[in-house]
Ligand binder design. Structure first.
Ligand SMILES: Nc1nc2c(ncn2[C@@H]2O[C@H](COP(=O)(O)OP(=O)(O)OP(=O)(O)O)[C@@H](O)[C@H]2O)c(=O)[nH]1
Ligand SMILES: [Mg+2]
Length: 218
């Protein structure tokens, strides 16, 4: 879960999901270690953590990398709870991984409603080298992202292109909106005279294509 211990110390739980072979583990490895690994298929889930600076705050991203394989589905869902950001990965050379995005969002939202969604097309280097291998056009991915009111990135874990931008955006979005999350709300007293309400911040309305309310369950 994302929360703030003090002004300069913010923790965010993020979860990465998508089909097996979508490039989730490689995306994280590039972000954390700045290296490209030919990763083995993930078993269950794996945890990593990294500190970044976002809008002048120290932010720790606690990231759960989940297995895409169906055999782990029942157990990976429990890692969604408390997540404040979810990166939904698809492989730009694999249409079926893109078509599963809505399924993954459904799974996520069944388990966690206060989670902002980021769609990430992986393996950009493959289409840069040979445009013919592209299976998902940028237009259709953008249309889906707009429809879901989420952000869309296209990354390469091989070259590192755009990888940091995804995680930086997660940090910045959380910092901008942190007072809207339940964990940062004032405690209610027994009479319940202070209640939690989800509202987009004025900043989001003005300048973000990833609207706040839309990231939550519809
Ligand atoms: N060329 C290229 N290959 C990539 C990239 N990202 C991942 N791969 C390759 O794609 C395959 C799958 O990558 P993983 O990161 O293991 O995929 P995953 O989504 O974690 O898969 P599961 O753990 O089974 O859910 C591996 O062979 C990687 O080497 C990329 O950006 N460029
Ligand atoms: Mg993996």
């Amino acid at each position: 879960m994302g929360f703030s211990k003090k002004n300069s110390d913010i923790w965010i739980k993020a979860v990465i999901l998508g089909d097996s072979n979508a490039g989730k583990t490689c995306l994280i490895a590039r972000f954390i270690y700045n290296r490209f690994y030919h990763a083995q298929a993930t078993i269950g889930a794996a945890f990593v953590s990294k500190k970044i600076q976002a809008l002048g705050k120290n932010v720790t991203l606690n990231i759960w990398d989940t297995a895409g394989s169906e055999r782990y589905q029942s157990m990976t869902k429990m890692y969604y709870r408390g997540a404040r950001a979810a990166i939904l990965c698809y492989d730009v050379t694999d249409k079926s991984s893109f078509e599963k995005i809505r399924y993954w969002i459904g799974e996520l939202q069944e388990n966690e409603q206060f989670c902002r969604i980021y769609i990430c097309g992986t393996k950009k280097d493959l289409i840069d080298n040979d445009p013919k291998v592209r299976a998902v056009s940028n237009d259709e991915a953008e249309v889906m992202a707009q429809d879901l009111q989420t952000c869309h990135f296209v990354t390469s874990s091989l070259t590192g292109e755009n990888v940091d931008a995804v995680f930086q955006r997660i940090g910045e979005d959380y910092v901008k909106n942190m007072h809207s999350y339940p964990e940062n709300q004032p405690k209610t007293n027994d009479d319940g005279d202070e209640s939690f309400q989800l509202k987009p911040s004025s900043h989001d309305k003005a300048s973000s294509s990833c609207s706040f309310a839309s990231c939550f369950k519809r």
